[in-house]
Write a protein of this length. Structure first.
Length: 432
């Protein structure tokens, strides 16, 4: 097998195969991020071609965000039972199939079904849970850094895809741009098939940083029904204050990033006379800064109190959103916003993943994080629809940005209510 041969070749140069897993997962998440972010480029072209309102298009995106999040804990259970590679391949096929079918859509219900339901389920089968699972299984040391790199793939997806998709859409139409995304999804599926493996033991290795000599214990049996595994974890985790604080702060994280800026920044810039390609380039610039900001966040989360990191991340993000309307949408003002906001875009993920692992244990960390991530996407759906409704009813997006900024300040305060000492999750009950 290619993976076994590559693992042996890398071992001779003291390179752990876990970094290959990071590379494959990074590329997969990068392409998926392009598929998730693409509708922000297509809102105006769809309005022009079909006459759909911003609220109607935003409704489809809200459904996608909700399903994207609600699938996360069940995706973690699927990965535990059927393996990373099988679930990831299935997800890529589902997303690519829905995008290809959407090339022929003509009705709003087509949009709701394909971009809302099907793509929501398909992208939710991996989501951030894939990166969290890879980091937990393949890394004992540098786990925060691994999470930071994998999370940064979302920003890189915007960097690589959105300006290109905006340019292609402007010159050749949104269907050609969507076809490019489908081709990239096929490339990601091939890489997953060839290189992705479930655990280090599949290539005869221990996790990175594991210096032990005793044989590794066999993975716990994963024959429990998917629903029972996911809902049982929710039942246990819901008994703790830490879970609800992380759930609430991640709700606010989603409401202030994916659902608001990723979806509505481009059409809002158009309202202020900024061309679509230039607006997409603004998102790409945020992606550049977030790439470095998120990796740095992973490095910091290995070394400092994750609660205080989240306090600063949410607080600074809230200030940037509150100040955006006062930039006058000038080149200088938007450039400052892109830098300040971009550094903080998804920097919240590594500390949140580490806090989850600390409080709930490595074995169930991906399942618990799946539910916390569900809160993130519910928040994203709330913001995606709310901002679209604000634009339709009030003819402006600004109230949505003010509200999201205020929510971030709330998140900065409540995250400090998490107790400092970790209390691992027991197998069946929780007393924390």
């Amino acid at each position: 097998m290619i993976s076994n041969w590559l693992s042996s070749a890398l071992s001779r140069h003291n390179v752990h195969y876990g970094w290959v897993m990071v590379g494959v997962t990074f590329f997969t998440a990068l392409v998926t991020a392009g598929a998730v972010g693409a509708p922000g480029v297509f809102i105006v072209p769809l309005q022009k071609e079909f006459g759909w309102s911003t609220a109607e298009i935003s409704s489809a995106l809200s459904i996608r965000f909700i399903l994207f999040g609600l699938m996360a804990p069940f995706a973690a259970a699927l990965m535990n039972r059927y393996g990373l590679r099988n679930v990831t391949l299935s997800a890529l096929v589902v997303v690519a199939s829905a995008l290809m079918a959407s090339l022929a859509m003509t009705k709003v219900w087509h949009l709701l079904l394909l971009w809302g339901v099907v793509i929501g389920i398909g992208t939710g089968m991996t989501a951030l849970v894939l990166g969290a699972t890879v980091a937990a299984r393949w890394f004992n040391a540098r786990r925060g850094l691994a999470v930071g790199i994998l999370t940064a793939s979302v920003a890189t997806g915007q960097l690589v895809f959105l300006p290109m998709l905006a340019s292609v859409t402007e010159h050749m139409g949104w269907r050609v741009a969507l076809s490019i995304v489908c081709i990239m999804l096929g490339m990601a599926a091939f890489a997953v098939l060839m290189l992705m493996r479930d655990r280090p033991s599949d290539v005869g290795l221990r996790p990175f940083g594991d210096r032990g000599t005793e044989p590794l214990p066999a993975p716990a049996p994963t024959n429990a029904p998917i629903m029972a595994a996911a809902l049982g974890t929710l039942r246990d985790a819901a008994q703790t204050r830490a879970f609800w604080i992380l759930f609430a702060t991640f709700f606010i994280c989603g409401a202030s990033t994916n659902g608001l800026v990723q979806v509505h920044l481009i059409p809002m810039c158009l309202d202020f006379g900024i061309p679509q390609v230039q607006a997409a380039s603004l998102l790409a610039a945020m992606g550049v800064f977030d790439f470095f900001g998120t990796i740095m966040s992973g490095w910091l989360s290995d070394r400092y109190d994750n609660r205080w990191l989240l306090f600063w991340y949410y607080g600074l993000r809230g200030l940037s959103l509150l100040m955006l309307p006062f930039t006058d949408f000038s080149f200088y003002g938007l450039s400052l916003f892109a830098m300040f906001y971009g550094l903080d875009w998804i920097a919240t993920v590594p500390p949140t993943v580490r806090l989850t692992a600390q409080r709930f244990g490595a074995e169930r960390a991906n399942l618990v994080f799946g539910w916390i991530f569900a809160g993130h996407q519910i928040g994203a759906a709330f913001a995606a629809f709310g901002a679209g409704l604000s634009r339709t009813v009030l003819a402006t997006y600004l109230p949505a940005f003010f509200f999201a900024g205020a929510l971030c300040v709330v998140a900065a305060v409540i995250v400090l209510l998490i107790t400092r000492a970790p209390k691992p999750l027991a197998a069946k009950a929780i007393t924390a």
